[in-house]
Design a protein around this ligand. Sequence first.
Ligand SMILES: [Zn+2]
Length: 294
Amino acid sequence: MSDYLIKTVCFEGQIRAYAVCATETVSEAQRRHDTWSASSAALGRTMVGTVLLGATLKGDDKMTVKVEGNGPVGPIIVDGNGKGTTKGYITNTKVSLPPNELGKIDVKGAVGTEGSLTVIKDLGLKDTFSGTVPLISGELGEDFTYYMANSEQVPSAIGLSVLVDTDDSIKAAGGFMIQVMPDATNETITLLEEKIAEMPLVSSLLDDGESPEQILARIMGEDNVKVLEKMPIKFECDCSKERFATAIIALGADEIQSMIDEDHGAEAECHFCGKHYHYSEADLEELKAETLLK
Ligand SMILES: [Zn+2]
């Protein structure tokens, strides 16, 4: 199954719900960064959360999610947008920890329980929005939920789930976001709380072959879900040799000259996708010439 997200309204508009299968997307991040289990789960959950929040944006709008906890993985940075593409990295890729008391990957231990979750939205026309909340759990699902309630004032339930195989590859990844609209009845809310509490992990359901539609039907009841849109999701980085060249030009002619004299070239690496770019002495001479044109 290729990755996709569904946007739905449920119970005649009382609830908005999103569900996503992001197994390939998170796998791509795991392969590119060669992450170990706890790093994979922490980065993967942040990516799934970002994709779900990104689904509320309009097409060209973009966002960045930063998770900065006091655990061993260090800061996690993930970009998302209204088109369903995402990219991201985690500072320490090689973290694996003993399983937690439930026998699961200890994401809380990896991320840490103190720190913050920040969402920065670029809504075009130089309009930006930024919200920060303290980490309340470190497991990330609760932290994204807390962000939605406190920073965006939308009571929500967010589930983020990544299943890592014994060889560190990703078996399944996905999640859901359920948003309670102002006219939702107490009966609906209570029903959903019960269903969510008894539900297996989304990644296990995806691993068993369930679709995002089936996962939401489990929570809502099949007849209560109306799918509005189905959006493909994928890992995609927009870096290029030209983009890094702009950063090199900004260093100025003297700095570029010393790269030529001392290093006989330059290397750049994209944090988001791990791609390397090489600049030969000739490339650097050209970039130096460009600084002189400015
Ligand atoms: Zn890149």
